[in-house]
Design a binder for this molecule. Structure first.
Ligand SMILES: [Zn+2]
Length: 129
C-alpha cells in the first residue's frame, strides 16, 4: 500500500473478487460474504429492523470515505455475531479489503483490528501475526 491512489485502484480490482456490502440506511460497510449481524444500525427510520443493517452491494464510493468496518479474520467463518461484538476490531474499509487480498496489516492498525484478541469461539484459530 504505497500510496492512496494505488490502494484505491487496487481496491477496485479486489472488489471484483470479494463481495463488499454497504447498509442502505447508514454508512456502515462490510467486507466479506453477507452482511454481519452486529446490530448497530443508527438509521432512525428503521427501528423496526432492531439495529440490523440493510445490506446491499457496495460501490467504490462507499469505500473511500472515512468508513470503518469490522475486521473479519476469516471470510469463510460465519458472519459476525452481535453477542461477540466486543471481541471484534475495526479497520478502514480500504485497509480491510487489502488485508483480505493478502496485504500485510499496517502497524498502526494492528491494535485497532484487535489482532491480539481471540473470540471465544475461535480458540484454535491461528493468529497470523
Ligand atoms: Zn445500517
Amino acid at each position: 500500500m504505497d500510496s492512496w491512489f494505488e490502494m484505491i485502484s487496487g481496491a477496485k480490482k479486489i472488489m471484483e473478487k470479494y463481495s463488499v456490502w454497504t447498509c442502505g440506511y447508514c454508512p456502515e460497510v462490510q467486507v466479506g460474504p453477507k452482511g454481519h449481524k452486529v446490530r448497530m444500525c443508527k438509521a432512525s427510520k428503521h427501528q423496526s429492523r432492531n439495529g440490523l443493517h440493510a445490506w446491499q452491494e457496495a460501490t467504490m464510493d462507499d469505500l473511500v470515505g472515512p468508513n470503518y468496518v469490522w475486521h473479519v479474520r476469516d471470510l469463510n467463518e460465519p458472519a459476525l455475531d452481535n453477542n461477540l461484538k466486543r471481541y471484534y476490531g475495526k479497520a478502514p474499509a480500504v485497509v480491510e479489503l487489502c488485508v483480505h487480498a493478502g496485504a500485510p496489516v499496517p502497524d498502526q492498525y494492528r491494535s485497532m483490528m484487535r489482532l491480539d484478541v481471540v473470540p471465544p469461539e475461535c480458540d484454535e484459530f491461528d493468529l497470523v501475526a
